[in-house]
Design a protein around this ligand. Structure first.
Ligand code: ZN
Length: 152
């Protein structure tokens, strides 16, 4: 009659015991009980492996959830690639035109003060460098995405 009672109390607190949520005294009491009670010891092991399973299942489901997103993302990837290509083409054409216009103006228009011409040149050059840095970041991000996909 004495035996089921401590086991019942231990079983109720096994979950909290695993989480380390009990007082030190309770933790100690349950630890001692498990040492000498094969049933509760087996129960604890079962609970522990169940938790590991749940953790694994959660991790697996995250991967499984990501997979369709990545597959569905392919058109968006292409659109983004086309968009960036068009943008780069437009930028090169417009930028090239501006650079050509600018250098012509800088060479021929002596009416503009030199510091203003320098400022305009710096403005366009800065914009070009910023654009290139963004483009480079995009390319690097794309490469990283590819690696991620390979890892899956
Ligand atoms: Zn027990």
């Amino acid at each position: 009659m004495n035996k089921p009672n401590p086991c019942e109390a231990v079983e109720e607190k096994l979950s909290a015991y695993l989480d380390d949520e009990l007082t030190q005294q309770e933790q100690q009491r349950i630890y001692l009980h498990i040492q000498q009670c094969p049933e509760c010891s087996a129960l604890l092991q079962e609970l522990e492996s169940m938790r590991t399973d749940v953790k694994d299942a959660l991790l697996t489901s995250v991967d499984a959830r990501d997979l369709p997103t990545i597959l569905n993302d392919q058109p968006a990837r292409w659109l983004s690639w086309i968009g960036w290509s068009l943008f780069a083409l437009g930028f090169l054409l417009v930028g090239g035109f501006f650079v050509w216009e600018l250098s012509r103006e800088l060479l021929t228009d002596t009416g503009t003060p030199w510091w203003l011409r320098l400022g305009v040149a710096g403005l366009y050059l800065g914009l070009a460098v910023l654009f290139l840095s963004v483009l480079r970041q995009r390319i690097v991000a794309r490469k990283t995405d590819k690696y991620k996909k390979v890892n899956l």
